[in-house]
Write a protein that binds this ligand. Sequence first.
Ligand code: HAM
Length: 421
Amino acid sequence: MLTSVPRGTKDILPDTIHQWLYLEEKIRELCAKYGFNEIRTPLFEHTELFLRGIGETTDVVEKEMYTFEDRGGRSITLRPENTASAVRAYLQNKLYADNNLTKLFYIGSMFRYDKPQAGRYREFHQFGVEAIGEQNPLMDAEVISLGADFLKELGLTDVILKINSVGCPKCRPVYREKLQAFFKDKFEHLCKDCQSRFDRNPLRILDCKNPTCKELSVGVPEITDCLCDECADHFEHLQHHLKAIGVDFVLDPRLVRGLDYYTKTAFEFKYTPLGAQSAVLGGGRYDGLIEECGGNPTPAVGFATGLERVLLALETQQLLPKNKEKCTVFIVAMGDKAKEPAFKLLHELRSKNIAALMDYAGRSMKAQMKQANKHNAQYAIILGEDEIDKQIATVRNMNDSEQMEIPFDTLIDKIIFEVNK
Ligand code: HAM
C-alpha cells in the first residue's frame, strides 16, 4: 500500500515529463493564436455544482464522482470535468462584465471513479476550452477547428471528427418521445442501466456500450429529423463553416455525449486504434448551463481532450518527442583537490546561464564520463590534480571526442564561445 499509487492514478516521472511539457507548450501557443486565456479553478467544488451542471442521471454523477463530506460537514466533489467549474468561475468573478465573449482554456487533473484500463484512469488530465457568450455557429466552428488544429499540429493523422446536433429544450422532448416509443417493446431486453434510463434520460441509451442495447438500437429514429428550425439552421450553418475552412467531418446522428448540458452541437474526435477509449477530444454547445448555474441565459461552446489518450495516440504513430535533457557541460572532477575548484566552476557556469552538472561522489573517470553521456552533455571539463596545479583544464567535445587544453582564466569565455558556435 505504502509503495503503490491508488488504482487508476499514475506518477508522471522525470523520463516522461518532457512529453507533458511539449503538449502544454503546444496548447499555450495554440490558445494564444486563437485568443483563449488560461484559467485555473480549484480541484474540488461544492457537489451541488456538478449535480446541477452535469446532470443527475449521467454516469459521471451517478457512478463516477469522488464525493466526500469535509470536516465542516459540506459535500465536496473532486472535479470530474472542468466546464461546470469554468462556468462557476465566470459567474462568481463576473467575467462577463468586461467582455461579451469570454474565451477560457485550462489544463489539469480531473477525477472519475472509472474502471481503469489503457486510456481510462481515475485521475486524468484534460486540456479544454470554453467560449462563453456567443451563439453564432461560427463560434462552434472556431472551437472545433482549434481542436482539429491541436491534433494536427502534433502530427496525428487518421483522426475522425464526428458531429451531431442534440437539439434544445424545445425540440428534444419530441425526440425523447420518439425514442421511448421506439424502445417500448424492447424495454425488457435492455440492460438494467438502460431500463432506468428509459424514463429518466432515454438519450443515454444511445451511448450504452452493452452489445445487446447496441443491437436493440439499430434503426433508432435520428435526432436530426426532430430538430426545431433554429437548431436545424444552426447545424446547417456549422457544417457550412467547417467545410469553408477545410475541417473534414462525418455526421453521426447517434452521438449524444455523456454529459447532460449539451444543446445543439455535439462533437467528438475519434482515433480508432485506441479501441474502447477512442474518444480523444469531445465537446459541444451548452446554451443552458450558465442559467442553470444561476446566471443570465448565455450561450457557450467548448471541448476537452484527454491528454493521456493524446499521448497514447502519439505513441502509436511514433510522434512522441525525444527527451532532450539540457546539460551543456559535465565537470569531471578527479581527486579531492579538484572538488572545490570544480564546484566553483560549476557555480560560475550556471551564473552565465550554462547548464552544468558534476559528480560529488568521487567516482572513477570512466563512471563520470558515463554520467556525462547519460545527461547528453555537449562538453566534459576534466579537472584533476594535475590540471589544478597547471591551472589548465581539459575540455572534451562529447560529440567528436576532440580534446582541448584551456587555461582557467579563459575557460568560461571559451565554453560560452563553443556553446554558442
Ligand atoms: P468528456 O467527453 O467527458 O467531456 O471528456 C473529454 C475527454 O476527456 C474525453 O474525450 C477523453 O479524451 C477524456 N477522458 C474522459 N474520461 C477519461 C478517463 N477516465 N480517463 C482518461 N481520459 C478521459 C468533458 O469533460 C466536457 N467537460 C468537455 C466540454 C468542454 N464540453 C464543453 N466544454
